[in-house]
Design a binder for this molecule. Structure first.
Ligand code: ADP
Ligand code: SF4
Length: 692
C-alpha cells in the first residue's frame, strides 16, 4: 500500500460519493457571471487535475445581497442557472462533484448595483464597509422571505446540476453568521438573545435546504469555528463549538474555517501551512459527518497525516489548487517533483479585490484557460529546432526557459549570479517570505528533467557573448533595479541630497549593507516591499520610521488581504508610520518631508534612508544589441525580445506571466490576442419593463 493511498479513498457525502479526498473548497475567481466560459474552463482544469470536488465561489441568492463591484456568482433568478450549469457540466466531464455555495451577504454589502436596501439582523451601519448607507432591521416577514430566496436558490443550484449545495456561515459576510453574533444581534424575538435563538436561522437554512434538494444533493455547511477575536467573537472552545455540537448531524458535510477572510486566507508571511489545525481539530469529535478544512496544504505527507490522525476527512484547498490544478494527479502518479507549490502570496485574491479575473504568481495559466486556451499542463510542441538564448534567471527568464523547454525547444539559460532566482533571492530572505523561493525551485527542478535546457549560472553576458552564442532568438529577462534617487509616484524628480552615501536601495538592504539608526524608509511603492523592509530593519536595528504618501503602510496590500496585518505588525515592532507625507530632501542627519495636502514641511532624524519608490529596467544589453543590429546577420540572430521587469517592472506574477506568454506564442501564428466574453440579454427578456 502506497503512503498516499489514504488520500485516494472514496468518501460518501450524503447521497453522493467523492472519488478521493481532494476538495477544492469555494474560492473567488473574479469571473463567474461576467466571464462564464472562463470560469467554467478554470474549474474544469481542476476537475481534470484530480480534485474530487470542485466548488463555485459564493453565489449571491438575491439582489438584496449585491457585492458589486466584486464579480461574484449570482443565482438571483432562473436565467442565472445557465452560467452555473456551464461550470457544473465542465466539472462533471471529469468525474468530479460540483459544489455550489449559496449565500446572502446581509449587512456586509451596500447593494451598489441593485440599489436595494441592505438587510441586517439589527439595522444600522454596514459591516466592514464605509458606504454612507444603513441597513434596515429584518422583521419576521423579511426572515421568511429570505428563507424562501435561499430555498429557491438551492433548487436552482440543484437544477443546474449541483451535487453539493452549501449553506454559508463562513465569515462575517453571511447573514446567518450575523444573526449568530452575540456582539451584533440585539433582537428580542425568536432570532435573538439566547444561543438557541441566534443559531435558529442557520438551523432553519440547513433544514430548508435538505427539504428542498437533500434527496439528490448533499447539504454542506461552511462555518467559521473561530474568529480570532477572543471572548468578543465566535471561538472554537465557545460558541463555535456549541454550533458544531448542536447542528452536528444536520448537514452531510462540515467545511470549517477561521474567520474573517484575511485569516482564512492568511498569506505565508503571517501563517504557516496547516496553521488552522488547533482551531478545527475538535470538529470531527462532535460529528459523524465528513469534515473538510484548509491550510494551504502542498505537502502530501502532511495531507495524509491530517487524515490518518482524524483531523480532516477531506484535504480542502483553494490556493494550492490555483497554483497547481493537477496537484492530486501528481500525487497519485508519484510525480511529486512536478508539484507547483503555492507560495502564499495572495496575488490570486487580488484579482477578486480589484474586480478582474484571477491570476496566480506560480501558475501563469490561471484565468487564461479559456480566453488564451492555456492548459496548466499541456503546451504546444515546438515548431522548429531553433535554439533560444534566455538571459537572466529571475521569475521571467526561469518561466520562459521552462515553458520553452516543455515545448521541446533547445534552450540556453544564462544567469550572471551564482544562483538562479533574480529578485526572488533577496526578497525570499525577508521576514515571512521564504516560501517565495518556490517560484525558482519549481522551475529549477523541472530543468533537471529537460535535457534540452542548458543552464549557465555565473555567466554575465555582454553583447559580444550574446552574438558569439550564434542563436537565432534571444530573450532578455535581465530584470530591473530600484532607483536610489527617490523619483517615483509622488516625486517626479529626484529628491535633493539623494547622492549621499547613507541613502540606500532595498537591494542594498537585502544584501546586508549595515544601517545606522534612526532609519527612515520612504515607501512610494505601496506594495509589500516597503512594509517588509521596515519589518526587517526594525527587527535588526530598532529605530525605524516609515514615511508614505498613502494613508497607511503598504496600502496596495489591501488587495492581498494583508494591509491590516502589516500595519499591526509594524506598530507592534515599534515602527513609526508617518502617512500622507512625501520626501523633499535628504540632509546629513535627517530627512525633510512635506504633507501631500498642505505641503507643510517637517524634519525627521535619519542616519540611514532607504528609498523604495521606482524601478529602472536593466535594459542596457538590449539597447547595445539593437545598436549592433548590423552584426546580427553574421551571428545568425533574428530576434531579440525583452520580457518581465527588463521591459516594464511589475510584480513577480507579471514576470512569470511574461515569460510564459513569450514561450506560448513563440513561432505560433495566432498570438497576441485573447477571446472576450460579452454580456447577452437573458432568455426571458423583461419586455414589460424594457418598454416602460
Ligand atoms: P524578472 O522579475 O523580470 O525575472 P529579476 O530582476 O528577478 O527580473 O531577474 C533578472 C536576472 O537577470 C537577475 O538574476 C540578474 O542577475 C540577471 N541578469 C541581468 N543582466 C544579465 C546579463 N547580462 N547576463 C546574465 N544575467 C543577467
Ligand atoms: Fe498561491 Fe500566490 Fe498563486 Fe495565490 S497567487 S495560489 S497565494 S502562489
Amino acid at each position: 500500500m502506497g503512503q498516499y493511498d489514504i488520500l485516494f479513498e472514496p468518501v460518501a457525502i450524503g447521497p453522493v460519493v467523492a472519488r478521493n479526498r481532494f476538495f477544492q473548497v469555494p474560492h473567488c475567481s473574479g469571473m463567474p457571471h461576467l466571464v462564464p466560459c472562463g470560469h467554467a474552463a478554470m474549474r474544469e482544469a481542476k476537475a481534470e487535475g484530480g480534485w474530487a470536488v470542485v466548488s463555485t465561489e459564493a453565489c449571491s441568492i438575491h439582489p438584496t445581497s449585491d457585492a458589486r463591484p466584486t464579480p461574484e456568482e449570482l443565482l438571483w433568478d432562473d436565467d442565472d442557472k445557465s452560467h452555473l450549469a456551464m461550470m457544473i457540466d465542465a466539472v462533471h466531464r471529469h468525474d468530479a462533484l460540483a459544489a455550489v455555495e449559496i449565500l446572502h451577504h446581509g449587512a456586509a454589502v451596500a447593494n451598489r448595483f441593485s440599489r436595494e436596501i441592505p438587510l441586517s439582523p439589527r439595522g444600522g451601519r454596514l459591516i466592514r464597509h464605509r458606504d454612507p448607507v444603513h441597513a434596515r432591521r429584518m422583521d419576521l416577514a423579511d426572515i421568511r422571505a429570505f428563507r424562501q430566496w435561499h430555498r429557491d436558490a438551492a433548487i436552482r443550484a440543484r437544477d443546474a446540476g449541483a451535487d453539493i449545495v452549501y449553506v454559508y456561515a463562513g465569515h462575517e459576510v453571511s447573514l446567518p453568521m450575523q444573526f449568530l453574533w452575540r456582539r451584533f444581534n440585539d433582537r428580542s424575538d425568536a432570532y435573538g438573545g439566547s444561543f438557541e435563538n441566534r443559531v435558529r436561522l442557520l438551523r432553519e437554512l440547513l433544514e430548508d435546504t435538505r427539504d428542498a434538494v437533500g434527496d439528490r444533493c448533499a447539504v454542506a455547511i461552511r462555518f467559521a469555528v473561530d474568529e480570532l477575536l477572543g471572548a468578543e467573537g465566535i471561538t472554537c472552545d465557545g460558541e463555535g463549538r456549541d454550533v458544531v455540537e448542536c447542528l452536528a448531524e444536520l448537514p452531510d458535510l462540515w467545511d470549517v474555517t477561521v474567520a474573517y477572510w484575511a485569516n482564512d486566507s492568511t498569506t505565508a508571511r503571517f501563517a504557516e501551512e496547516g496553521w488552522q489545525q488547533p482551531y478545527v481539530s475538535f470538529v470531527k469529535t462532535l460529528t459523524s459527518k465528513p469534515v473538510v478544512g484548509t491550510g494551504r496544504f502542498t505537502t502530501p505527507d502532511r495531507m495524509a497525516s491530517m487524515v490518518r490522525r482524524g483531523v480532516l476527512d477531506f484535504i480542502g484547498a483553494a490556493r494550492p489548487s490555483i497554483a497547481d490544478p493537477f496537484l492530486p494527479n501528481k500525487i497519485a502518479t508519484g510525480d511529486l517533483d512536478a508539484i507547483r507549490e503555492c507560495i502564499g502570496c495572495n496575488m490570486c485574491v487580488s484579482g477578486n479585490n480589484t474586480a478582474v479575473p484571477i491570476r496566480c504568481t506560480q501558475n501563469p495559466t490561471m484565468g487564461e484557460e479559456w480566453r488564451r486556451g492555456w492548459h496548466p499542463e499541456r503546451i504546444a510542441p515546438r515548431r522548429t529546432g531553433d535554439r533560444v538564448l534566455v538571459v537572466g534567471a529571475g521569475p521571467a527568464g526561469l518561466e520562459c526557459a521552462r515553458a520553452l523547454g516543455a515545448r521541446g525547444y533547445p534552450v540556453l539559460l544564462a544567469e550572471a549570479r551564482d544562483s538562479l532566482g533574480g529578485r526572488l533571492i533577496g526578497e525570499s530572505s525577508l521576514p515571512g517570505l521564504s516560501t517565495w523561493i518556490r517560484v525558482r525551485d519549481y522551475r529549477q527542478t523541472q530543468f533537471l528533467r529537460m535535457p534540452n535546457v542548458e543552464v549557465y549560472p555565473a555567466s554575465e553576458l555582454s553583447v559580444e557573448d550574446v552574438l558569439e552564442f550564434e542563436v537565432p532568438h534571444v530573450v532578455l529577462a535581465t530584470g530591473a533595479s530600484w532607483r536610489r534617487d527617490g523619483r517615483g509616484q509622488s516625486r517626479l524628480q529626484p529628491v535633493d541630497g539623494w547622492e549621499q552615501s547613507h541613502v540606500l536601495t532595498p537591494e542594498a538592504v537585502m544584501a546586508g549593507t549595515p544601517l545606522s539608526g534612526p532609519v527612515v524608509i520612504f515607501d512610494d511603492d505601496h506594495f509589500y516591499l516597503g512594509g517588509v523592509i521596515a519589518e526587517h530593519v526594525a527587527r535588526s536595528c530598532g529605530d525605524v520610521t516609515l514615511v508614505t504618501p498613502a494613508a497607511e503602510a503598504s496600502a496596495w496590500t489591501f488587495a492581498t488581504l494583508e494591509q491590516a496585518k502589516i500595519q499591526t505588525r509594524l506598530l507592534e515592532l515599534g515602527v513609526r508610520i508617518v502617512p500622507h507625507r512625501t520626501l523633499v530632501a535628504v540632509l546629513s542627519d535627517a530627512v525633510e518631508t512635506a504633507c501631500v495636502f498642505t505641503r507643510k514641511k517637517e524634519r525627521i532624524d535619519a542616519q540611514s534612508v532607504v528609498m523604495i519608490t521606482e524601478r529602472e529596467p536593466n535594459d542596457a544589453l538590449y539597447h547595445e544589441l539593437t545598436y549592433r543590429a548590423e552584426d546580427w546577420k553574421d551571428a545568425g540572430l533574428h530576434s531579440v525580445t525583452r520580457i518581465g521587469d527588463c521591459l516594464a517592472p511589475a510584480t513577480i506574477a507579471h514576470a512569470v506571466y511574461a515569460g510564459h506568454r513569450y514561450a506560448r506564442e513563440f513561432q505560433e501564428e495566432a498570438s497576441g490576442g485573447f477571446a472576450r466574453e460579452r454580456m447577452v440579454s437573458p432568455t426571458s427578456a423583461r419586455a414589460d419593463t424594457a418598454s416602460a
